[in-house]
Design a protein around this ligand. Structure first.
Ligand code: B12
Length: 229
């Protein structure tokens, strides 16, 4: 079947603020191509949209519009999830993916409100066969640790987009590592997010165990985590 779904159409729909239409566009795409990995919705529409996004109006920034787009994307991501569940089952049945028996908790530290990237990343790890728990934006360090301990996770994955939050990330990792060591737990910390994009030296500064800069590296990285984790 010919693919008539395009990023240009999708951008046009959002420019006109048609939330329902944008959600249905993505769902129609999945229904039209039932054999594709539903993560394609992210790669074909959401990621290219966000990486090129600039305010549709004359002002340099329009935060209200960023909020509108984010809430629309949260609905799309939620609508795609049942498709991910079914498709992962197909991949498992065909032995194209194996259950990793490893658990990852995903969160953004305090004051970090950019959560779309890490939500998307958590879905990629889910499709790689990991157990995932997604806590979302602005999560206090004490709650990240409490959740990680109760859920007995192997990895804590943290995301920071706003460079101002690097200091908080650093403090959070210090707190987590202290508690992990004191309780003799076996948990590793992964970091990623836009704040590292133009300054990779920050990775050493925050003292995480792993850094992944893009979803294109998740497949290779998840194999490594599975073996070394
Ligand atoms: C949407 C958005 C928002 C939304 C976020 C809503 C939400 N629920 O997430 C809202 C409106 C809340 C917001 C607020 C702000 N934002 Co804002 N926002 C954006 C925007 C448009 C898109 C961000 C995004 O989702 N990108 C797409 C995702 C997929 O990319 P990503 O997060 O980098 O994730 C990828 C990788 O980094 C990686 N990854 C990410 N996390 C992790 C974690 C792990 C463990 C791993 C393995 C990988 C990984 O995988 C992802 C896929 O490849 C960008 C501009 C842009 N065009 O990018 C600005 C942007 C990030 N915001 C910015 C700013 C300044 C702010 C505000 C301070 C002011 C404002 N504009 O309101 C506040 C700060 C809030 C806070 N304290 O955190 C700046 C950041 C500053 C900078 N110098 O880089 C940007 C770059 C805009 C700009 N050009 O100035 N924002």
């Amino acid at each position: 079947m010919e693919d008539s779904f395009s990023i240009e159409n999708f951008v046009g729909i959002l420019k006109n603020k048609k939330k329902d239409e944008a959600i249905l566009y993505c769902i129609e795409y999945l229904k039209s191509f039932p054999n594709i990995n539903p993560l394609n919705v992210y790669e074909k529409f959401i990621l290219p949209f966000l990486s090129n996004y600039q305010c549709f109006y004359e002002e340099e920034f329009c935060v209200w519009e960023e909020h509108f787009i984010s809430s629309t994307f949260n609905s799309i991501i939620g609508s795609v999830y049942p498709y991910l569940i079914s498709y992962r089952k197909v991949l498992l049945d065909k032995n194209e993916v194996t259950l990793k028996n490893k658990t990852i908790l995903f969160a953004c530290p305090s004051e970090e409100y950019h959560e779309l990237g890490i939500k998307i990343v958590s879905d990629y790890f889910y499709m790689e066969g990991f157990n995932v728990y997604y806590l979302g934006a602005n999560t206090p360090q004490e709650e990240i640790f409490r959740g990680a301990k109760i859920l007995n996770v192997d990895f804590i994955a943290l995301s920071v987009s706003n460079p101002y939050n690097i200091l908080t990330l650093k403090r959070t990792i210090k707190y987590l590592k202290r508690n992990i060591n004191e309780m003799n737990l076996n948990m590793k910390i992964i970091v990623g997010g836009g704040a590292f994009k133009n300054n990779k030296t920050l990775v050493d500064e925050v003292d995480a165990d792993f850094f992944v800069d893009d979803i294109s590296n998740i497949n290779e990285f998840s194999d490594r985590m599975f073996k070394e984790g």
